[in-house]
Design a protein. Structure first.
Length: 388
């Protein structure tokens, strides 16, 4: 049977993830080291796991209200206010989602009409493009540059705005580059957002993983709260990837409409995960600090090691990725990654997976043990010596 004719055009235009391609290849190599996936190597903290066990035994784990458990939304509201000075009403301005991934999807589906343009800085997380396409929007890629430490610049952003531009995705701290924006950077972007009457989807899932400055939410910039849909989650900061728990904080008028899409898509996030999220926010501050400290140690080791090996590389200031240039080696980033895996059994992701601006770079995730990173550096050195 020919299924091709039954598949929608918008789905046909979506490509499978390059990251997952390399991740899957690793399983065919038992002694390979994978630095592909942005997943913490820490176990979910014990007290969070224990809270889920208690919930499992003590509660009727049926559906929660569509926007999430009231206790969790209250905890998220308090977290945002205490940590970042942001005030959101837990009853009308916070929605608990199935990870930050669902949050991105439903935010776009809520605001986009067919043909609306969405500005996406590149390199950036690969899901923004297909989610925009599935919402029948038009992804417009705004380049960021090595020379600017991959920060989105006001003058570059403004060049890509048209009469059809509706929203900007702001992905900082950035995956894959590790770039972080300063308050001045954010204020300059806010000027453009205000000038052209744009909405902003601010993906701040790495908000707790900054190393040289505290994270500044875009909604905290003067005049931007009313224009911003803030997305965050528990996966990276609390090592809760498999729990699939995230949230949206947005002005009530937007949150109400986003809730419709969430309601009919998934009903609610996992009830047991929501109980775990309450525990994480109430008692997980120390866990976050300890994991961030270890990521920082790995970050410094890997950056210094790559510099010593002769790579051109920007020091990452956030998330847990580093994005070195491989242009000097005279092969494409895809060939570099494929050969590194085949010849040295080390998996990284070609930068071109993250948009045109990523060509000539590779992404290395340091969300793995120091032992693995030390061995990875040895394998990288052996590989590039063979290229000379």
């Amino acid at each position: 049977m020919d299924y091709e004719k039954y598949v929608s055009t918008k789905v046909k235009q979506v490509e499978f993830s390059t990251i997952r391609h390399f991740f899957n290849l690793v399983y065919q190599m038992p002694d390979a080291i994978s630095l592909c996936i942005g997943e913490p190597d820490f176990s979910t903290p014990l007290h969070i796991r224990e809270s889920a066990k208690v919930a499992l035994d003590s509660y009727n784990l049926g559906y929660t209200p569509n926007p999430g458990l009231p206790e969790l939304r209250k905890a998220i509201s308090e977290y945002l206010e205490v940590r970042f000075g942001l005030k959101y009403r837990p009853d009308t301005e916070i929605i608990v989602t199935i990870g930050a991934s669902e949050a991105i999807d439903i935010a776009l589906r809520t605001i986009i009409n067919p043909g609306d343009e969405v500005l996406i800085p590149v390199p950036s997380f690969i899901a923004y493009k297909p989610c925009t396409q599935l919402a029948e929007g038009v992804p417009v890629f705004v380049p960021t540059y090595f020379e600017d430490e991959f920060k989105l610049k006001k003058d570059v952003l403004e060049k890509y705005i048209t009469k059809n531009t509706k929203a900007l995705i702001l992905p900082y701290p950035n995956n894959p580059t590790g770039a972080v924006l300063t308050k001045k950077d954010l204020e300059e972007i806010a000027e453009v957002v205000e000038k052209y009457d744009l909405l902003v989807i601010s993906d701040e899932v790495y908000a707790e993983l900054t190393y040289e400055q505290d994270h500044i939410p875009f909604a905290a910039i003067m005049g931007m709260r009313e224009r911003t849909i803030t997305i965050n989650g528990f996966s990276k900061s609390f090592s809760m990837t498999g729990w699939r728990l995230g949230f949206i904080a947005a002005p009530g008028g937007l949150a109400r409409e986003i809730l419709k899409v969430h309601q009919y898509s998934v009903t609610c996030a996992s009830t047991i995960s929501q109980f775990a999220g309450i525990e994480a926010l109430k008692h997980g501050k120390k866990d976050v600090e300890e994991m961030r400290g270890e990521y920082d140690r790995r970050r410094k080791f890997l950056f210094n090691s790559l510099i010593n090996l002769g790579f051109d590389c920007i020091e990452p200031k956030g998330a847990f990725y580093i994005f070195p240039s491989i242009k000097k080696f005279g092969i494409s980033d895809t060939e570099f990654a494929e050969r590194l895996l085949k010849e040295e059994k080390l998996a990284v992701v070609p930068g071109s997976a993250f948009g045109d601006g990523g060509e000539g770079f590779i992404r290395i995730a340091y969300s793995t043990s120091m032992e693995n990173l030390k061995e990875a550096v040895i394998r990288i050195e052996k590989f590039i010596n063979g290229l000379k």
